[in-house]
Design a protein around this ligand. Structure first.
Ligand code: ARG
Length: 461
């Protein structure tokens, strides 16, 4: 096996159970290429500080190139004896550069500042992939909205029929939430774009190395202000875990609606065969497994966030080995989203809405009652009185088992003299929807505008 990076003061190697507990290559190996990038940057500042000669620097960089090629091809991989990604790569470098040259690279850095830097780099790349996948879901929602510019549906509160809305309005509401998740990922990136490299174990480096040069080399905006904070802080990881958990929760709300919409009782929509599954016993079944996995895995993303926060709670400064527990939950959240986002995109893009059924259900449950009240307000009736009168209309219609639009002129006038036949202009779903024409409202002209603005955001994203 490999020798640990800290053998000098130890008379014996680690006990087997100690080594088994300590090893992290099974998950941190995916940081290998970031570690090699960090090593290249570190070699350059060692050279600038006069700690690698003009001939040593190119030899070191060449050895790192070979090592990277061998990592990518699989020719080099961790041994069971390698404690972590850094230990394994050190062994690989010593093999390729020789122990004299290879052994110089460890000067002025610690695994503590290395891991804090690599983890930020990995997450920043992951944030870009998750954002791109999320924008694909928004695009699918926008495409459905574009296919159904005039389709109406019952809007709900408390899951009860509330007021009719455009299907496009409802779909774009989900799009807005997802765009905020993308915006959160970008805000997060600004705060995370600082490099801990050069913090050393915690106190910084005495060797005249320039952390700003390493930061720029690795794509960061700046080095961290404080080396203790650089190695000890993981709020960037917790914040990322929150943003992706929030994304999962927003996606789970879409998923839940798809599950409900595709029931026989609702019948709002049908799943495409490619995005549904069958039953091993019931031949008729078509199950919304994508949506259910989305709903289920959103709980897992919440768990990853709360687990990480529990790990971080009350850790004294600076680095503690507890921090090694930061990576698996975040790797997992990203892995799950990379499976979920394309599936959610496919499912939403291919969902087939039954617009006739949606239209038939839109006025059910007296969803036009608010329109009667607001029409009366426009005639000068105080809202308190108007609300009473509209409620009385509902009571009368319900008693007769008819819709509000089926009340006769005489019945309407009997409830309130202001209820002239002209009220019928809002007693249709289309009239009701067209009347809600303030910014953000469900009138087709306003939904069309917000659709255009959302497409503008997507085009710039
Ligand atoms: N594997 C460690 C981690 O993931 C790297 C840093 C280890 N540092 C140490 N002093 N043992 O956090």
């Amino acid at each position: 096996g490999a020798t640990p990076l800290w053998g000098g003061r130890f008379a014996s190697g680690p006990a087997e159970a100690m080594a088994a507990l300590s090893v992290s290559t099974h998950f941190d190996w995916q940081l290998a290429r970031y570690d090699i990038a960090g090593s290249r940057a570190h070699a350059r500042v060692l050279h600038r500080a006069g700690l690698l000669s003009d001939t040593e620097l190119p030899a070191m960089l060449a050895a790192l190139d070979t090592l990277e090629a061998d990592v990518v091809s699989g020719a080099f991989s961790p041994d069971p004896g390698d404690e972590d990604v850094h230990t394994a790569l050190e062994r690989g470098l010593l093999d390729r550069a020789g122990t004299d040259l290879g052994g110089k690279l460890r000067a002025g850095r610690s695994r503590n500042d290395q891991i804090a830097t690599l983890f930020r780099m990995w997450l920043r790349d992951a944030a870009r992939r998750v954002a791109a996948g999320t924008l694909d879901v928004v695009e699918a929602l926008a495409a459905q909205a574009a296919q159904h510019p005039a389709a109406v549906m019952p809007g709900r509160t408390h899951l009860q029929h509330a007021q009719p809305v455009l299907l496009a309005h409802h779909l774009l509401a989900h799009g807005q939430a997802l765009l905020r998740d993308v915006s959160r990922l970008r805000d997060w990136d600004k705060r995370t774009a600082v490099s801990p490299y050069g913090s050393g174990a915690l106190a910084g480096s005495s060797l005249g190395l320039d952390p700003a040069a390493v930061a720029a080399d690795l794509g960061f905006d700046a080095p961290v202000e404080n080396s203790i904070d650089g190695v000890a802080s993981r709020d960037f990881a917790a914040e990322f875990a929150f943003v992706v958990a929030m994304l999962g929760v927003n996606l789970s709300r879409i998923a839940e609606e798809v599950i409900i919409w595709t029931t026989a009782e609702f019948g709002y929509a049908k799943l495409d065969d490619a995005w549904a599954t069958g039953s091993s016993i019931m031949p008729q079944k078509k199950n919304p497994d994508v949506a259910e996995l989305m709903r289920g895995k959103s709980g897992r993303l919440i768990g990853n966030l709360s687990g990480l926060l529990a790990t971080l709670k009350a850790q004294p400064l600076a680095y503690n080995r507890d921090l090694q527990e930061d990576k698996e939950p975040l790797f997992d959240s990203v892995t799950q989203l990379e499976l979920l986002l394309p599936a959610m995109t496919g499912m939403m893009a291919t969902l087939v809405f039954d617009t006739d059924r949606l239209a038939a259900l839109a006025p059910a449950g007296f969803t036009l009652a608010t329109d009667i009240a607001e029409w009366l307000v426009r005639q000068g009736v105080p809202f308190r009185v108007a609300h009473e009168a509209a409620g009385a209309c509902v009571q009368a219609a319900e008693a007769r088992g008819v819709g509000l639009e089926d009340l006769s002129d005489a019945e309407l006038a009997g409830i309130n003299a202001a209820l002239t036949p002209a009220v019928r202009e809002v007693l249709t779903v289309e009239g009701s929807i067209a009347s809600r024409d303030a910014h953000g409202g469900t009138a087709p002209v306003r939904v069309g505008e917000q659709h255009q603005r959302l497409l503008g955001v997507l085009a710039e994203a």
